[in-house]
Write a protein that binds this ligand. Sequence first.
Ligand SMILES: [Zn+2]
Length: 286
Amino acid sequence: MIPLLASLGIVLTGGIPSAQAIEIIHPEKFTPDEVRVIQKIGDAFAVELDALKPLPLRIEKIKSTDPKSSDYTRFDGRKQRVTISISRAVTDINVFASTVCHELGHVLGGSGPVTADLPDAQAMREGIPTYTNIEGQADYFAAMKCIPRLADVLPPVEPHSLCQGAVDEARCSLVMTIGKIAINAMVDRRNQQARKDGIRGQLPRELDYGDRSNYRLPLTTYSGYSDDACRLQTWKAAALCDVDSWVDFSPTDEDQGACVDGAGMRPRCWYLRGSTPLTSPNGPRS
Ligand SMILES: [Zn+2]
């Protein structure tokens, strides 16, 4: 005889429930912690995701296709769907959360002055809205709007020394800690790939918030990936920005929901307020 609760358990585990606002493709490929993060994102961004209709957001796990950037957002032009694809190589729950948040930032990170063209020719030909935000903005969104809203499904963190005196020390510490974990996970992946490829010489080392970006100050906002130290500065800025994480960025006002001066503003290594984003002429210093 099967007790009621046990049979209920079988029902629940037979099909892991997807978040309402996010469709999980092959939920059995995700761990319970990952499903919790996705469901929390679905709850925390229910209003914003609802506004995406007719573009229901989907999330899937994929084999890594690119060792440098193993996770990406793609748009299915024909089905008018946004799909977030997460590499199976992502195993740490903090890295998973920050990766999903970054990809979500391409969709919900505000647009207007911080929007780049979607490199999906088919969707553009068919006039499908693309909702693509630039890399730096996706990071700023992940750190400022997304990770803080997931606090209760992520592992607890220690108070961070850079957050002493912050208005919300717990939120600041969470963002500082996860930002460092996320950026250094990319450094690790690149190092592993370099070793596999037999590349000799100095491999990138673990970065911290004191490390300076190797990028010139941009003449206009840069739409591509800046270097790791610059990306880490974006996390730091988001951690130190006191604007409420529940105030969304705006499609028409780049200042809404953001810090426009002080330590919390988007860092100058990729962002120039009021400028048009470009795949920039600003390369690394040589
Ligand atoms: Zn991205």
